[in-house]
Ligand binder design. Structure first.
Ligand code: SAM
Length: 291
């Protein structure tokens, strides 16, 4: 796992199993790793993070070019390591989490299947849906039809900070990021492209503070938290962690972000979770519920 080519050790040794080859290919497709280089973003894409005057200038230039059917884009300076580690917001890839964190999803799901840990799989914070598509792919590869994949998102980006409830989020700019807004229909379409939209996939649409307490979930085997902010992380952990089966995995995608890290640390401290965190890459961590 984890290079820019698919492992062909089967040519010299035992043949790789079809499910291994399938999952390796899905990971490459989800991260745009089959092509030499993913192009950079159009300069208009992240305009909301620029100062006012620069933003106006970029808007002006982009509009003029757009009318002529042209766009100005940065040339991609991403390396294979960047793709592996998911260190950037990609133009076309269906996930921004990189291949290492997809490898981690595969290990977690395969481990709960092997150990017969009961429960469904959930990701809270899905963007274009790639990590959830991969969860569904792992289930499909192993012929599992009695577990569901919950796909939880507002499908309209992050909420403005609620500084009264979560002062830790005061001033957080994530909600201004247009690029993080992906509609439910686009995510459904992405599932369809991989042939993985089925009754096993359940969408939970809305803010986590509302969808998590009401989610029709009894037990989870894998809980993946990818909501970037303190409040988003906390709303998911408070409502979903009690449903994580013993032996299940809790994965925190954004532990490198200060708000998410604080929420995770606070939640673990208050709930007496002492099992250590395992680092996945520069950004993500996970632990196994040893309760
Ligand atoms: C960084 S993106 C997730 C990346 C994704 N896991 C992937 O595989 O590329 C964060 C997502 O969390 C969602 N989100 C964050 N906080 C939320 C909240 N409180 N309620 C609902 N959705 C939220 C955003 O809409 C966005 O789609």
């Amino acid at each position: 796992m984890g290079t820019n080519t698919i492992d062909t050790r089967g040519l010299d040794g035992p043949l790789p199993r079809p499910e291994e080859l399938y999952l390796a290919l899905v990971k490459k497709a989800l991260t745009f790793g089959l092509w030499k280089d993913e192009p950079g973003l159009p300069i208009a894409a992240l305009n909301d993070s620029r100062p006012f005057l620069k933003r106006r200038a970029v808007d002006l230039v982009s509009n003029v070019l757009d009318r002529a059917g042209l766009e100005l884009a940065t040339r991609s300076r991403r390396t294979e390591t960047d793709r592996q580690e998911g260190t950037f917001w990609p133009r076309y890839a269906h996930t921004m989490i990189g291949e290492k964190r997809l490898d981690n999803i595969q290990r977690c799901v395969e481990r709960v299947l092997e150990d017969k840990v009961p429960g469904d799989l959930l990701e809270a914070g899905v963007w274009r849906g790639g990590a959830c598509i991969f969860m569904a792919a792992v289930l499909a590869a192993h012929g599992v039809t009695d577990r569901r994949v919950f796909v939880a998102d507002s499908f309209q980006g992050l909420p403005p900070p609620d500084a009264k409830k979560y002062p830790q989020d005061a001033g957080d700019p994530h909600h201004e990021r247009e690029y993080l807004r992906v509609s439910r229909s686009e995510v459904e379409e992405n599932f369809r492209r991989y042939g993985l939209l089925s009754d096993q996939v359940v969408f939970l649409q809305g803010w986590f503070s509302e969808t998590m307490p009401a989610a029709p979930i009894d037990r989870l085997a894998v809980l993946r938290v990818d909501g970037d902010m303190y409040g988003s992380t906390m709303d998911v952990l408070v409502n979903m962690y009690p449903k994580l089966a013993p032996g299940g995995f809790c994965v925190i995608d954004d532990y490198a972000l200060p708000g998410c890290r604080r929420a995770t640390d606070d939640f673990r401290r208050v709930n007496g979770i002492s099992v250590g965190l395992t680092q996945i890459d520069r950004t993500g961590v996970f632990w196994r519920n040893d309760a």
